[in-house]
Design a protein around this ligand. Sequence first.
Ligand code: B12
Length: 155
Amino acid sequence: MSPHCIAEKRPKPYAVLSSTPSDSHTWNLLFVQMLMEENGWSVTNLGACVPVAMLMDESLRRVPDMIVLSTVNGHGAQEARQVIAALRAQPSLARVPVALGGKLCVSEDRERAVVDELVAAGFDAVLVGDTAVPVFRSLLTRAAAMPGRHAGRRA
Ligand code: B12
C-alpha cells in the first residue's frame, strides 16, 4: 500500500465551532465553518449565543481536535476569557487547541493590545485583522497533521 493510501484512511480532523454567549451574529460562523470544511475538517457549528456550559458539554461528548471561537459583536475579548478559563479547567479539554478570531473589541488599538493577554489566558491562537484567515489556514494544516491529535475521541 502506498503512503498516499495510508494518509487517505486517516479520519478527518474534527472541530467544535462556537460563538460567545452574547454574540448573535451568524455569517461569521458560517464563513469559518466553510473555510474549515474546505480545508478538510469536519465541523460541528453550535451557532450564535452559545452558553459556556453548552460548549463544554458538546466538547466533552466528542473531544475535538480543535475548538474554534468566532465573535464579532465587540464583547469577544471579555467573554473569551470566561470561555478559556472553563475549558482549561476541565482536564479532558485542557490540552485541546483553542483558536479565537473575529472582531474582539470595538477599537482596533484595544484589539491589538488584548491579543497577548488572551494568549496568556490560554488560547493557542488569537486571529484578528487582515492576516487572520491566512494564518488560520496554516494553523488548520499544522493541527490536522499533528500525530497526537484527538481525532474526535469520546471523553
Ligand atoms: C449583519 C450584521 C448584523 C446582523 C447579524 C445577522 C446575522 N444573522 O448574523 C444584526 C442586525 C442582527 C446585527 C446585530 C448587532 N450588531 Co452587527 N453587524 C453586522 C454587519 C453589518 C455584517 C456582519 C457580517 O455578517 N459580516 C460577514 C461575515 C462573513 O464577516 P465578519 O463577521 O466580518 O467575519 C470576518 C472576520 O471577522 C473574520 N472572522 C470572524 N470570525 C473569525 C474566526 C476565526 C478563527 C478567523 C480566523 C477569522 C474570523 O473572518 C470573516 C471573513 O473575513 C457588521 C458590520 C460589518 N460590515 O462587518 C456589524 C457589526 C459586526 N455589528 C456590530 C454590533 C455592535 C451589533 C449589535 C451589538 C448592535 C446592537 N446594538 O444591537 C448587534 C449584536 C447583538 C448581539 N447580541 O450580538 C458591530 C460590532 C462592533 C465591533 N466589533 O467593533 C459591527 C462591526 C458594526 C459596527 N461597525 O459597529 N449585526
